[in-house]
Design a protein around this ligand. Structure first.
Ligand code: AFP
Length: 314
């Protein structure tokens, strides 16, 4: 059977997918603007000097670190998109008002280049984005209207959800994002564990969890980049990532606004779960933009086991 031009799975681009999913025009625009920005970010990662912010390049020009550069690229796009009210970036950590109008606009929290220290050693990094309707950014993650990430690995992929499934796109040679996987779903329990934090700082509950996962034969897969680690779990449909509360760091390491909320939204959309160990990540009420939280995220049964052990053993 010959398929109608433009109808094959591989030819559905991001904008068309959003349109066919019946998404709001402005939200479509916002997601596509972020996708556009990522093309410049990937280009900087591939070709840019690995300079430290404030140093100059061969021509004596000021060089920017990749995370600072990525932040500027994304910020500029969002600023001129015409659909953003407020934004907050992990890079600057302050809420930037773009429009006084809240009605019909979106507020965006993003980490422009998560895991940026891994670029120097040529490991995968990513951009993570949380989108809310209106002006408020300090609200529970369950109120997100969309979340997405872009993974800069051997291939560049974009994963998004607007509450209607989780969909993956890959950047082709023309730098267009075309659909590769639609409605990604997760199984109930997994064979992978990604344990963040030093083990000698684990509490008894986490220690027991990790031992049980090891006894079950789970394989350790941890890259040090939140985006590739979550992407592996999401795309394989199995596994548990944890960055728990530690002795000396009761809130763990990862940030609620920029990292945990968007990833929790995507994982839940795919049928998984995300918990602090004591409750749902998406129900956290952030008090400050740089709030952190312990996290256990991935397959539902693995997260339930984590909650049981953290509740009983701490
Ligand atoms: P950086 O952005 O400082 O490199 O941190 C990356 C990150 O926030 C997240 O992407 C990883 O999952 C986590 O930290 C890794 O932390 P450890 O280096 O402590 O394993």
């Amino acid at each position: 059977m010959t398929s109608e031009p433009g109808k094959t799975k591989f030819q559905i681009d991001l904008r068309r997918h959003l349109r066919e999913n019946g998404e709001d025009r402005d939200l479509t625009r916002l997601i596509c603007e972020i996708a556009e920005a990522s093309k410049y970010i990937v280009n900087s990662i591939r070709t840019g000097d690995l300079g430290v912010a404030g140093t100059s390049n061969l021509y004596g020009e000021q060089q920017l670190a990749l995370d600072v550069l990525s932040d500027r690229i994304l910020r500029k796009r969002l600023y001129h998109s015409g659909v953003v009210a407020n934004l907050v970036s992990e890079e600057t950590n302050d809420i930037v008002p773009i429009s006084t109008e809240c009605e019909g606009r979106y507020s965006v929290a993003f980490d422009p280049l998560d895991g940026s220290s891994l670029v120097d050693v040529n490991l995968a990094v990513g951009t993570i984005v949380a989108i809310y309707e209106g002006c408020e950014l300090l609200q529970p993650g369950r109120n997100q209207v969309a979340a997405m990430y872009i993974l800069y690995g051997p291939r560049t992929t974009l994963v998004y959800s607007t509450g209607r499934g989780v969909h993956e796109f890959a950047m082709n040679s023309l730098m267009e994002y075309t659909l590769t996987r639609e409605n990604v779903t997760m199984q109930a329990a997994g064979g992978i564990y990604s344990p963040g934090g030093q083990r000698n700082k684990y509490t008894p509950g986490t220690e027991k969890l990790v031992s049980q996962l090891e006894e079950k034969g789970c394989k350790l897969r941890y890259s040090g980049g939140f985006v590739p680690d979550i992407n592996q779990i999401l795309m394989k449909g199995k596994g548990l990532f944890l960055y728990p509360h530690l002795h000396g760091a009761p809130k763990g390491k990862l940030r609620v606004l920029y990292e945990l909320n968007p990833m929790a939204y995507l994982i839940e959309q795919a049928g998984g779960a995300a918990s602090t160990g004591l409750g749902r990540i998406l129900d956290l009420q952030p008090e400050a933009i740089d709030d952190r939280s312990p996290v256990f995220i991935g397959c539902k049964e693995d997260v339930a086991l984590a909650e049981e052990l953290i509740r009983t053993l701490g």
